[in-house]
Write a new protein. Sequence first.
Length: 172
Amino acid sequence: MLETFETERLILRERTMEDLEDCIEMDCEEEVVKYIPEVRELLNSQNKHIAFVKKRIETKYPNGLGYWTIESKVNNGVFIGWILLIPVDNVGPEIEMGWRIKRDYWGAGYATEAANVILKYAFKKVNLENVVADIHQLNRGSIRVAEKLGFTVERSVNGNTDNYVRYSIHKG
């Protein structure tokens, strides 16, 4: 069970199957998944998309790692998005942080606020030495969030595309 966190505006709690519909709905927002080709491809098949999200929710991650649902504390627990702290590609050894926020909530600092809490948790409670974030080079919003948190460019990411850049932050 993941620890629950509260900020002035947010509640971060372990993501559960009760969040499935909200996650699916968010993924169907074209702008939200613009830079996430593996999710965009799943949108052609509702069954594959649901299976993908269910698998992510049901996966048992190493102790202290997983997905948190981000809810509004001031707006009756409305679903804003999620944040993750998991092994890269679910295998590691690097631990990645990522976030996805519904379009209606962009630009309000929610991703930064949630990520700041999880980053502190990663270094203090999980005792990680560093965390990475692979971000599409055109995803200005996520790049700004990473930079506000103190992430710096590490290298280009090899894989399906050369359009991703690895950002990292070290315990300090």
